[in-house]
Each structure stands twice: as structure tokens, then as C-alpha cells.
Ligand binder design. Sequence first.
Ligand SMILES: [Zn+2]
Ligand SMILES: [Zn+2]
Length: 138
Amino acid sequence: MGDLANCPRCNALFMKGAATVCPACVKKEEADFQTVYAFIRKKVNRTATVDDIVRETGVPEKQIRKFVKQKRLHPAHFPNLTYGCEKCGRSIREGRICEGCNQSIQTGLQREERNKEFSERIKETKKDYGRTYYSLDN
Ligand SMILES: [Zn+2]
Ligand SMILES: [Zn+2]
């Protein structure tokens, strides 16, 4: 059995199961998808951007990006369909964050590693001089 939840689209109460929105909105999303898909499957529209689709179909940008994220609209087939990086909002085509954010996370981790090593060394050094240091302090 699902839990009772508010639909994020229309705020109606519904039983949350496999779907993340209420049954009425599932139908609406499906209709939106058909509209978008009918538009972009035309050869001339293959390279449309999300902005183009919003303008031409009236389907909200958020909804289109959701389809891309769900891979219902696959960037491999439609090269200009992108969505925002979860950290900086830059347009990306796969994953959750962009290349730049991914790299800065990696660098951040490496720096943390180095800092840890550094403070370990300091601790070691302090241990060596510990006795002198403390006797001077007293
Ligand atoms: Zn709803
Ligand atoms: Zn980013």
C-alpha cells in the first residue's frame, strides 16, 4: 500500500505508489510527453533546444527537463536537449552534475586527503617535541 501524499503538480491528495504525481497529473504528463514527442520526432525538430520546445508546444520547461532526466527523451537522439546541473545549473546531458562541478568535487576530496595527511604529520611532529613543549609551557 502506498502512502497518502500531496501531488507536487496540483497539490491534490493521492496514494503515492509507483507514480510521483496524482493520477490526473500522470495523464497530464503523458499528454505533455505526447505533445513534446510529436514535435521533436519530426526530422526538422531533432536538434530543437528545450527553449524551442517550450515555445512551440507550450509544455513547461520543467516538465521537458523531467522527461530528459527520465531518459524518455534521450539526448543521444536529440542532441540539444539538456537539463541543469544540480549544483550550478549549467546545461548538461547526462548524470546529475556538470563536468566542472564533478572536477571541483574531486579536487576538493583530494585537498581534504592532503590536509588530513598534513595534520597527521603535524601531530607526529608535536608528539616528538611534546615533552619539551609542555615542560616549557609549565
Ligand atoms: Zn496532481
Ligand atoms: Zn555544475
